[in-house]
Design a protein around this ligand. Structure first.
Ligand code: BGC
Length: 865
């Protein structure tokens, strides 16, 4: 904090705050201004506010509809149009830009300093393009692996998410670009995201889902918060006064701006309830609707002033009024940013399995390598939706492997003939008798207008489930500006029993029997001869990724033929997993890999014992069908533009893998603690679906510890080519908590990095607590044979939890044990903390969940700023 004050003091010397800074410049601030600087800013904001006409103020309550990605400019007062860009993994839609690894990859590095540098590099990318506000980071929680947007977020743990995302924010804002933490809050799945209501108890909300947002304000100093599409506990997010006004602005002292997600604004009353900016344009918050709300007393001019003040405060504090936002001295295609993208990618790869130890591959012995799989050549840099970035260049896995090997080594790409066996031709080719396939019968199609009341437009009888969204199709009778939703009601008839795969294109929602499946693209199921199963398919134009929709049922082939040069290769690399087509914004995904990929893995493994499976995706997939047969598995997330270089570096041992899982990898999806409460239901009397976070705080690893199930790979897990050991755990008291000290030794033969994880366990409480919870971590690099004493601070405030009966933060009454280890299930040492005496238990106004380094809380009351 002290250095921040120093930076602020320098900035303050520009008394009028008009100093125009062009070219390279001093970073604005990592945090909200305080003291005299804050007072000067507030005076300037007051001055501007006083000059704004009412109509101008109202126009600042909504985005500029002409481009849908900016605010309105008021040139006569020197208030610029504030330009926004999606991320979070690069600058989107402003020409090519550096495509950084996705948020989940950054989380897998467990490296806060790297998160800061990531934010900084993104900030430079944004400044080079004149962007004022980046729409990131996303800090929703991986409650289920099926969430289509997990890849953008930081995994399942609020502490890890809060720590890394707040560093990301500080890095970005240090470059004079405002961050937007999103999506506030409970937007943890994409299924029916525009209308769904998330329901959770206060403890779950406080301890888990709000925590990263709190840290974004407290530790990150974030300037903007994006209100989500979903409702929370009965209220649309944009109209949720408790969330926006009471918690965010009053309790946490957030001085910045709350903007809506795109088209999410509930009504003009949202402004009265704490929303400050409707995006992307004045749709609900128009001149007319605001005037009417003012006349009817539903909205006050003080609230309008406050909303505008927040926007101006951000703009003045970040220097937007006093400089060219576009820095011409920064390159659009920056070698330094590409290098950072590569560093993050390399450090994020998680070695899940290496048994028998086959990796790293010895380059000198690699005369022939065969690379398989759909992701080898067309390596996904990022998941689907608004997070996508178009890079200047991209290194595929195949290219990366080719470039890494010496001349003379042969690298084959074997484009397999295995595809989804859709056609009769495929079955004949496999030499199998054609089974009598299940049929989808009795199809009734209903078209309705999507929101808000699902007005039915027409119904018809169809022969197949399928549609292509087009200019006029199915728009017949759909009024202009309204979105269509189509529902097909049908039955599956099964003349011959067996295992079948339901293959869905275009991410429709699927209900099979009485189960909501979400939006998987592939669902494998046993079907009994003679059975008839109700099938309901819903496709909506709302959200991305609609396109063509079709649903088919195909038998699962037991084997497929293919060309397998793998037999004679020194190693075979199978690049499979998820892609932006199956994992992205606007839809959730299935847990199984497409059958074709499962077959490919099995067959390559059979052909070559030196097979490495390389998985892309934002969370775990079902590995049961093949994991025991495969010697080596690497989880590569979405690695951005340098994916291939990073993979090759790990495969061939130039880098020792050091990524650790930021989310639990389930063995089966039905053991996932949230599975029973996913994706939601349609309760009687409600016009929208509801997802009840019934598992509460016992989700992810906290849920596994309670259920006793063994996950496939636990939270925090990650192998290395070297080995580490921990010893000498001690806990020494400090003025506000404890310093935990432990000795880490690299006991193997290579340089490498390990992630020490610190969990606490509260066993003597009157209310049930998780077995353990992450409260600190350190990524440490060590040479072979080297040891280091590592300290991690554990503030008393981080021990607090939300008491479900007292309905407030409380300190533990019983014993606190501290556990250190290399994953949530690999605890090496435990120590008891001495009982904490009551005088030290002051209710923290800030930082109730703790952080590795606790910092003083600046005065954030809006009057003081
Ligand atoms: C997404 C946001 C995104 C916005 C602007 C929305 O659909 O949910 O994350 O920032 O679009 O593209």
């Amino acid at each position: 904090m002290r250095h921040l004050v120093g930076i602020l003091a320098v900035l303050l010397s520009a008394v009028s705050l008009q100093a125009s800074v062009k070219g390279s410049e001093t970073p604005v601030t990592h945090y909200y201004p305080t003291g005299d600087h804050a007072a000067a800013i507030e005076r300037r904001v007051d001055h501007l506010l006083g000059k704004l006409a009412e109509e101008e103020k109202i126009s600042l309550l909504a985005g500029d509809g002409n481009d849908g990605m900016s605010t309105i400019a008021i040139p006569r007062l020197g208030i610029p149009k504030l330009v926004m860009a999606d991320g979070p993994q690069g600058v989107r839609a402003h020409g090519p830009a550096c495509s950084f690894p996705s948020g989940i990859a950054l989380a897998a590095t467990w490296d806060p300093k790297l998160a800061f540098r990531y934010g900084e590099a993104l900030g430079r990318e944004a400044r080079a393009r004149g962007i004022h506000i980046q729409l990131g980071p996303g800090v929703n929680i991986a409650r289920t692996p099926l969430n289509g947007r997990n890849f953008e977020y930081f995994g399942e743990d609020p502490f890890l998410t809060g720590k890394l995302s707040s560093e990301w924010i500080r890095g970005l804002q240090s470059q004079g670009v405002a961050a937007t933490v999103k999506h506030y809050v409970g937007n943890d799945t994409e299924w029916r995201r525009m209308e769904i209501e998330s329901v959770m108890d206060e403890q779950t909300l406080r301890e888990i889902y709000l925590h990263p947002f709190l840290k974004a304000v407290e530790s990150g100093g974030v300037w903007s918060v994006m209100s989500a599409y979903n409702k929370l506990n009965g209220f649309p997010s944009t109209s949720n006064k408790r969330l926006q006004e009471d918690i965010l602005k009053k309790e946490w002292g957030f001085p910045g701006l709350v903007m809506s997600d795109w088209w999410a604004t509930d009504s003009v009353d949202s402004i009265a309830r704490g929303l400050d900016l409707e995006m992307p344009m004045a749709y609900r918050v128009t001149k007319e609707s605001v005037s009417k709300a003012l006349q009817e007393g539903r909205l006050s001019s003080e609230r309008i002033d406050d909303a505008v003040r927040r926007l101006l405060r951000m703009a003045v504090s970040m220097g937007f009024l006093d400089r060219e936002q576009r820095r011409k001295d920064l390159p659009l295609d920056s070698p330094a940013n590409s290098a950072l993208a590569l560093e993050v990618a390399t450090k994020s790869i998680v070695l899940l399995k290496n048994d028998p130890a086959m990796l790293p591959l010895d380059k000198a012995k690699m005369h022939r390598v065969v690379v398989y799989g759909p992701n080898a050549q067309d390596t996904p840099a990022v998941g689907g939706g608004s997070g996508g970035v178009t890079p200047f260049r991209k290194v595929s896995f195949l290219e990366g492997i080719r470039k890494a090997l010496p001349e003379g080594a042969e690298v084959f790409y074997a484009p397999t003939r295995i595809k989804k066996p859709f056609s009769l031709f495929d079955f004949l080719e496999y030499g199998k008798s054609v089974p009598i396939l299940p049929r989808i019968t009795g199809i009734r199609k209903m078209t309705s207008i999507d929101q808000p009341n699902f007005t039915r437009i027409n119904t018809s009888t169809e022969r197949a489930i399928g549609i292509s969204w087009g200019k006029n199709y199915p728009a017949e009778n759909v009024p202009k500006g309204r979105e269509a939703r189509i529902t097909w009601d049908a039955e599956i008839e099964v003349p011959q029993g067996g295992i079948y795969e339901l293959v869905a294109e275009g991410h429709p929602e699927i209900r099979l029997g009485d189960r909501e499946l979400g939006n998987p693209d592939s669902y494998v199921m046993p079907l009994e001869q003679g059975s008839r199963i109700p099938l309901k398919i819903t496709a909506s134009e709302v959200g991305r990724g609609s396109g063509r929709v079709s649903v088919k049922i195909i038998p699962v082939a037991e084997e497929a033929t293919g060309l397998f040069p793998a037999k004679s290769a020194d190693a075979a690399v199978v690049c499979v997993g998820l892609t932006p087509e199956v994992e992205g914004e606007g839809f959730d995904r299935g847990f199984a890999l497409p059958i074709s990929q499962q077959l490919l893995i099995k067959q390559v493994c059979e052909a070559n014992p030196h097979t490495i499976v390389v998985l892309s995706g934002g969370a775990g997939v079902d590995m049961r069908p093949w994991i025991s047969k495969v010697p080596a598995v690497l989880q590569t997330w979405y690695l951005g533009q340098e994916a291939g270089t990073a993979l090759a570096s790990v495969l061939f041992g130039d880098t020792n893998p050091s990524g650790h899982l930021p989310c639990t990898f389930d063995r089966t999806i039905d053991e996932n603690p949230s599975f029973r409460h996913y994706p939601g239901t349609f309760p009687e009397g409600k016009e929208w679906p509801v997802v009840d976070y019934h598992e509460g705080i016992f989700y992810g690893y906290r849920g596994y510890d309670r259920s006793g199930h063994e996950p496939l790979f636990p939270f925090g897990f990650g192998l290395s080519y070297t080995s580490f050991d921990l010893s000498g755990l001690t806990a020494s008291p400090t003025s506000d908590g404890h310093i935990i000290t432990v000795d880490l030794a690299n006991t193997g033969t290579r340089f490498g990095a390990s992630v020490i994880q610190l969990y606490i366990s509260l066993t003597g409480e009157s209310t049930l607590r998780p077995l353990r919870e992450l409260k600190g971590f350190r990524r440490v690099e060590l040479n072979s044979g080297e040891s280091k004493k590592i300290t991690i601070s554990l503030p008393d405030s981080s021990l607090m939890y939300w008491h479900p009966v007292k309905n407030q933060w409380v300190m533990p009454e019983g014993q606190v044990s501290v556990e250190v280890g290399f994953s949530e299930r690999d605890i090496r040492m435990t120590a008891l903390l001495p009982k904490i005496e009551p005088p030290r238990l002051d209710q923290p106004k800030s930082d109730p969940m703790g952080s590795v380094s606790l910092r003083p809380v600046p005065s954030l009351s809006t009057n003081a700023l």
